[in-house]
Ligand binder design. Structure first.
Ligand code: SAH
Length: 396
């Protein structure tokens, strides 16, 4: 028998709209003495069955809903069906010979709460972000092993959010053979070497794939700044589009080494480009002081606002770095600016860029809107799934 969780009066609305989370404050009572990680049937105060999900009292999100069907069993076949649906949604990517790295499963928005699966050619990288996925590791790995041609499945649950779920960080081989270092992948016909075992996230920032594809069109003979470059993905696209010189700036030396290798992997000579290890804020201030200018600037910072509490501080940091970028661009130059903070809305981000342009004394026009790539979908029932946004601006 599945245990029963009853909500406080009036707290059933979000579940009726198929939002997949029950916050701890919405719970009235639990019957059947379930342990964290067990399934519970969620009922409205009046007794109506609403949903079935995984209980975790250690988290603010006390239940993550797995099913809206009273008769649906949460068995290995359930995970198989959900993962097959996620894979079917990416069938065009799977067939595309130009791209072998993409997100196969995007958590809540794919009906797979707390589960992220990224594909890097013959290897899958998995993150169990919440107990709702952790609890079913074997069933999930079993289903993944048969889903696509695959040589190995590697766990990258080395993420802070697990602490909020009462889970420890974890990495290691789950199935098959360990991904070699590096794993060669392709993206829109370009080649990248990815560190699946120890790179940032699961190795790469796959969410920017469609945004990166828009960059080369602006780069012919341009001097390009790739700030927060990581493995140089944006800069490699810029160089492939005929940039005169790309300046890669990142605080991580291993990341810049990857950027060098990724240029070479595309027969682009790293010696024609510049690699600057340092803090973007101070490096760009130095450029401003020295009169250094660029034709194109990519500003792709890490998540400055991990939660809603950090929005004000994050807004100042986004404004600072974009102000510098506006000041460094030649008239007619192009800014690619993004934010991956879910707590900073697209609307707020546009206002931040507006403030930065105003303070820089520059005219700017929006000529493109950026967002997370299609393999990082947002379920309409789960607007929290939107996190990556950005603008392409022409700057005068
Ligand atoms: N543009 C990359 C992803 C960038 S992720 C892509 O498309 O794949 C953010 C990067 O910023 C990380 O590589 C991190 O090392 C770097 N970073 C974070 N804070 C920084 C700072 N203050 N100065 C320089 N680099 C920073």
């Amino acid at each position: 028998m599945t245990a029963t969780l009853t909500l406080k009066p009036g707290r059933e609305r979000s579940l009726q709209r198929r939002h997949p989370w029950v916050f701890s404050g919405a719970i009235d009572r639990l019957a059947g003495d379930p342990a964290d990680g067990d399934l519970v049937d969620v009922h409205a105060a009046g007794g109506n069955w609403l949903a079935r999900g995984v209980l975790n009292r250690r988290s603010q999100i006390a239940v993550r809903v797995l099913s809206w069907e009273p008769r649906e069993q949460i068995d290995p076949a359930f995970w198989q069906r959900r993962l097959e649906r996620a894979a079917a949604a990416r069938a065009a990517l799977e067939r595309d010979p130009a791209t072998s790295a993409y997100r196969l499963a995007h958590a809540e928005s794919d009906g797979l709460p707390g589960l992220v699966v990224d594909r890097y050619a013959d290897y899958l990288a998995v993150q169990f972000l919440a107990l709702s996925a952790e609890r079913y590791r074997e069933a999930i790995v079993g289903a993944l092993a048969g889903l696509l041609p695959c040589r190995g499945i590697y766990e990258r649950s080395d993420v802070d959010v697990r602490e909020q779920e009462g889970l420890e960080q974890r990495t290691g081989l789950l199935w098959g053979e360990a991904p070699p270092h590096p794993v060669p992948v392709s993206e829109n016909g370009l080649h990248f070497l990815v560190d699946v075992q120890a790179g940032q996230k699961t190795g790469g920032y796959l969410d920017q794939r469609e945004n990166r594809a828009r960059l080369p069109a602006f780069c012919r003979e341009a001097e390009v700044l790739d700030a927060f470059a990581y493995n140089g993905a944006f800069g490699v696209y810029a160089a492939s589009g005929g940039a005169a010189q790309v300046t890669f700036v990142d605080s991580s030396a291993p990341a810049l080494e990857l950027a060098r290798q990724n240029l070479s992997a595309n027969r682009l000579d790293p010696r024609g480009h510049e690699f600057v290890e340092g803090n973007v804020f101070s490096v760009l201030r130095g450029y401003r002081a020295n009169g250094r200018r660029f034709d194109v600037a990519v500003i792709d910072p890490p998540k400055f606002a991990p939660s809603a509490r950090d929005v004000e501080r994050a807004a100042r940091a986004y404004k600072d770095v974009n102000l510098l970028a506006f000041q460094l661009l030649r008239p007619g130059g192009v800014l690619f600016s993004t934010s991956c903070s879910g707590a900073v809305s697209a609307d707020l981000f546009q206002k931040i860029l507006f403030g930065a342009a105003l303070d820089a004394g520059r005219d700017a026009q929006i000529i493109g809107v950026l967002h997370q790539s299609a393999d990082h979908p947002v379920a309409l029932t789960f607007p929290e799934g939107t996190y990556l946004k950005g603008l392409i601006c022409r700057v005068w």
